[in-house]
Design a protein around this ligand. Structure first.
Ligand code: KG4
Ligand code: ZN
Length: 372
């Protein structure tokens, strides 16, 4: 299985990865041949549920209280000691800065204490490369990254070589799911709730707008859709603000269908841009979808159909690898470690960190801050 163009560091390699950029305290341990020795995810869901979204201070405090325990549990499950690791990787951004700092400091402390190299990982790179942990997908590939804080189309040309083809002008896809679920009173996180309610609903009942569909480029916009959903929900609510269950299901299904159409339209444009970028392909071009929203079954199925129509192979990580986890950070650490890329211990945590640092930053304000 070909995973690297250039191997500078000797194999085998085992890396521990720490993820604390949002509301999961997660630690994974993986090897260079794709063996997942541990993947511990401690969700803070209960702590944030009463607030209907992630509260940054509560998230940071929870990470401080649990990160060492989750690291210990991961090592125990992997049945290895710290000395068996070749390097320590940690998400150093983008994300909620308090939480990011907790994970980065924990990673640096482990590296310092053991004398192992430290690798700072961009959370988006974790998602972007996660497919290569479970499948032999070679560079370059077209990536749709859809999560709670990000919505981007990128050409993944190699480790650290990313070209952004499109991004959101306002909300991220997952954020649109979360906000819609909140206004329908379905709870948090919204994506899985909307998907479940949509199963009983009619996707064609409400013709919600499909922002930017048919327009040139591969950028996204979801705020107009969100406003249309709010108006419709207000109309359907009774005097006590209650919406009948069937109406909730119909809104959920119609909203999900609109998001799906927007994603498909933009992906189709990006597929042409990707072909223009890379010229005539010597192999079938590969399309990868990653991030929490990639767990949505309708979106996965529609993207797969779009790939067959456009002549792309379709790849999606297993569901447990789509949402935030430590294994994807450890894997990105493996990819960098094998290329001899390590970081100094003064590498600063950052709230904003675009994957394609050459792209103009577009400002957004999702749960993770920057969409770029
Ligand atoms: O990648 P992720 O775990 O965290 C971020 O990096 O943001 O993604 C979380 C997002 C949330 O917005 C959540 O509502 C959404 O992914 N999500 C879904 C589904 N499962 C999670 N959205 C739609 N359908 C789902 N089944
Ligand atoms: Zn994520």
């Amino acid at each position: 299985m070909k995973r690297m163009e250039k191997v500078l560091v000797k194999k085998p390699a085992t890396i521990l990865g720490i993820e604390t950029s949002c509301d999961e305290t997660a630690v994974g341990i993986v090897t260079d041949d794709g063996n997942i020795l541990a993947n511990e995810v401690l969700s803070q869901f209960k702590a944030h549920e009463p607030y209907g979204g992630v509260v940054p201070e509560i998230a940071a405090r929870n990470h401080v209280e649990h990160v060492d325990l989750v690291i210990a549990k991961a090592l125990e499950n992997a049945k290895i000691g710290i000395d068996d690791l070749d390097a320590i990787a940690a998400t150093a951004g983008p994300g909620l800065i308090g939480g990011v700092m907790v994970g980065t400091v924990a990673g640096k402390a482990l590296a310092l204490g053991t004398g192992k190299p430290f690798i700072a990982i961009n959370h988006l790179e974790g998602h972007a490369l996660s497919i290569r942990l479970t499948e032999a997908v070679d560079f370059p590939y077209l990536l749709l990254l859809i999560s709670g804080g990000h919505c981007q189309l990128l050409s993944i040309n190699g480790v650290g070589d990313y070209l952004r083809l499109g991004t959101t002008l306002d909300d991220a896809a997952g954020e649109a799911f979360d906000k819609t679920a909140k206004l329908l009173g379905l709870g948090f996180p919204g994506g899985p709730k909307i998907e479940a309610w949509a199963k009983e609903g009619r996707p064609d009942r409400f013709p919600f707008p499909r922002p930017l569909c048919g327009k040139p480029g591969a950028d996204f916009s979801f705020s107009g859709l969100k406003t249309a959903v709010r108006r419709q929900a207000d109309q359907l609510a009774n005097d006590n603000g209650v919406i009948a269950n069937q109406d909730v299901s119909d809104i959920a299904a119609s909203f999900q269908a609109a998001v799906c159409d927007c994603l498909l339209d933009r992906v189709q444009t990006a597929m042409h841009m990707f072909r223009d970028e890379h010229g005539a392909p010597s192999r079938t071009p590969a399309f990868v979808v990653a991030g929490g929203v990639a767990s949505n079954q309708l979106i996965r199925a529609e993207l797969k159909t779009c790939c067959s129509r456009e002549g792309y192979s379709f790849h999606a990580p297993p569901l447990w690898l789509c949402t935030d986890n430590g294994a994807m950070i450890a894997w990105a650490g493996i990819e960098r470690h094998l290329l001899g890329i390590h970081h100094d211990l003064d590498f600063a945590s950052r709230a904003r960190w675009p994957l394609d640092e050459t792209s103009e930053t577009k400002i957004g304000s999702g749960k993770r801050g920057a969409k770029a």
